[in-house]
Design a protein. Structure first.
Length: 235
């Protein structure tokens, strides 16, 4: 091969290599710039996401705070409404002075005797203990103005009183072939007074009803008299 041809070939190869190297060098900064742009976009997107998350968190906190404030306001409003409501009607007070005793007794002695006899079976012992406690510490009192159940035990001292005007109903159940019985007096407010092993329970039942009706009629008569007096005063 002649020297001129070899030199021409060498110059072509060198120029091609220089062109390819220059192209590779020119492509590198383009690729780097694209990578940098992608990274900056990712960083910006992450920053925007963080900003949106912070905004959402602040909005949630504000919403919870508003809900707490509304709950507190509602509770305060409910308290004000409950305070402004009128109090429940209290039961009227009755004058029990100068009352006359009609009947007073404890539970019937026969109930105590029967329960003590049945206590020998061991299964009846709780009822025997209850009967002994009633016989020792409980008294029933009936006057012309009220019914009273008095408990005078060392561990409990109590007196339940009910005026005849407050009696709504009287129910009785006979025991021992009607020798004694249990009585339940229901009051107008729903309360109940229980009397167990009560002697003369049928007579006392009728007495309670008679006193209730008599006091109710006397109350209506007094109201009618007062109305007549007021009408005369205006005439």
């Amino acid at each position: 091969m002649p020297a001129a041809v070899f030199a021409d070939c060498s110059t072509r190869i060198s120029s091609h290599a220089f062109a390819s190297s220059s192209r590779s060098h020119s492509l590198r900064p383009c690729r780097l710039s694209r990578l940098q742009r992608a990274r900056t976009q990712q960083v910006r997107a992450a920053g925007s996401d963080d900003g949106d998350f912070d905004k959402r968190l602040d909005a949630l906190k504000k919403g919870k705070g508003a809900q707490r404030n509304t709950k507190r306001r509602q509770e305060k409003g409910a308290q004000k409404v409950s305070d402004s409501k009128p109090s429940a009607k209290k039961s009227p007070k009755y004058d029990f002075s100068e009352e006359q005793l009609h009947f007073e007794s404890g539970p019937h002695k026969g109930d105590l005797a029967v329960n003590v006899a049945l206590g020998a079976t061991l299964l009846w012992l709780p009822l025997t203990a209850a009967a002994v406690g009633r016989g020792a510490f409980v008294k029933y009192r009936f006057t012309d103005k009220r019914i009273s159940v008095i408990t005078n035990a060392p561990w409990k001292k109590e007196q339940l009183d009910a005026a005849y005007q407050e009696v709504d109903d009287v129910q009785t159940v006979g025991r021992a072939l009607g020798v004694w019985g249990d009585m339940v007096v229901t009051l107008k407010n729903g309360d109940k007074i229980e009397m167990r092993s009560l002697p003369k329970f049928m007579e006392l039942k009728q007495y309670i009803r008679d006193r209730r009706d008599a006091l109710a009629s006397s109350k209506t008569d007094s109201m009618a008299k007062n109305s007549k007096r007021s009408q005369k005063g205006f005439a």
